[in-house]
Design a protein around this ligand. Structure first.
Ligand code: ATP
Length: 364
């Protein structure tokens, strides 16, 4: 078992910087998720841990040991890929046993390890089958089993669930979380799916264009995004953004949108004082916009919107609307009777509003 430390690691492909001066410490036994849009560099980071990709500069430590020049086979790390990478001509048993055989392990020990992994993953009945006679989920379990039998210091997962249908993905997500509880090993898990990231990670590193934007617990990322990118990436449907300025009239601060269609009074936010007269972006999550001003301590700003569409999911609904051309999504109660197209006044909770610097995107 081992922690992992990236110290100012960069990776260039020709002139293109895929990873830019990344520093990140992953604790021993932690479940860390690397998340970000396609091409942001998450697989490259994972492949560097495995030793499958050389770094251009910086240092990488695993279990306190500098591994920059350590070949993959000596790192004691197992990686599970999206495409399973099983040997098609071998049974599940042989797929699990293969890596141990080539390391020269004796038959009895191999059998013990394979049966233990099969028990953990509940795949004993599949051991005699070849991959083509298994479902996607079963194949992925065998692929995970092949990693378990090696008893690695670190598990790496590269989008392991993206070939599965939504229901199976949900099940496998739970299994991977349980597996981590059982094995108590460091896991680094790559996904572009923020739901997977939020449900699995102890901490999540959000990456954009080769740079880490924020590393934090799922709840902190959600509640306290450091910048507009993180705020927009975490949450589904994503946070609504409205461009505007902070204004001050008779000592009272307020947010005014560009189209002059919406205004929100600001109280108890001294950090916004210096922004009077400056451009900011207001962010508000769909669940913090309501059809009625709910009773309680919260204060509201009214949004006069045109509702274009209501998506009904059974337990909740989402309304997709426009505010003078800007898109706004709001989460509604399932029982809410709205028949689009129509106009409606929605109420955005002042206490739940985020503000971002209009130039840099940094949270204020
Ligand atoms: P995805 O979710 O699409 O797999 P990713 O976040 O895992 O994306 P990487 O595969 O790490 O992204 O790639 C990061 C960047 O480096 C991309 O712009 C990609 O095109 C580039 N890249 C990756 N591998 C190579 C390579 N072998 N040669 C040249 N460029 C590469």
């Amino acid at each position: 078992m081992a922690g992992i430390k990236f110290d100012r690691v960069s990776k260039y492909f020709g002139k293109m910087a895929a990873i830019k001066e990344v520093s990140l410490e992953i604790q021993d036994k932690e479940f860390l998720v690397l998340v970000g849009p396609s091409g942001c560099g998450k697989s490259t980071l994972l492949r560097m841990i495995a030793g499958l990709e050389q770094m251009t500069s910086g240092s990488l430590y695993i279990g306190g040991q500098l591994v920059n020049n350590l070949p993959p086979k000596d790192r004691n790390i197992a990686i599970v890929f999206q495409n399973y990478a099983l040997y098609p001509h071998m049974t599940a048993y042989d797929n699990l046993a293969f890596g141990l055989k080539i390391r020269g392990m004796d038959k009895k020990s191999i059998r013990e390890r394979v049966m233990e992994a099969a028990r953990i993953l509940d795949i004993e009945p599949l051991l005699g089958r070849k991959p083509k006679a298994m479902s996607g989920g079963q194949r992925q379990r065998v692929a995970i089993g092949r990693a378990i039998v090696r008893n690695p210091k670190v598990f790496l997962f590269d989008e392991p669930l993206s070939n599965l249908d939504a229901k199976l993905r949900g099940q496998m997500r739970l299994e991977i979380a349980r597996l981590h509880q059982k094995l108590q090993t460091t896991i680094v898990y790559v996904t572009h799916d923020q739901v997977e990231a939020m449900t699995l990670g102890h901490r999540i590193a959000v990456i954009e264009q080769g740079e880490i934007q924020q590393v934090d617990t799922p709840q902190n990322l959600y509640n306290y995004p450091k910048n507009r990118f993180v705020a927009g990436f975490i949450g589904s449907p994503p946070m609504n953004f409205i461009e505007g300025t902070i204004e001050k009239e008779q000592g009272v601060l307020f947010f005014q949108d560009q189209q002059k269609a919406f205004r929100a009074t600001i109280t108890g936010r001294p950090a916004l004082e210096p922004y009077a007269g400056k451009a900011v972006t207001l962010g508000i999550r769909p669940e913090h916009i309501h059809t009625t001003p709910v009773k309680g301590g919260a204060h509201y700003a009214p949004l006069n919107v045109s509702i274009q569409l209501v998506e009904r999911l059974g337990h909740e609904s989402f309304a997709f609307a426009t505010l003078q051309g800007q898109s706004i999504a709001a989460r509604l109660n399932a029982e809410e009777e709205i028949a689009p197209p129509c106009t409606l006044t929605l109420f955005a909770t002042l206490e739940k509003m985020h503000f971002f610097n209009g130039q840099t995107g940094a949270a204020i």
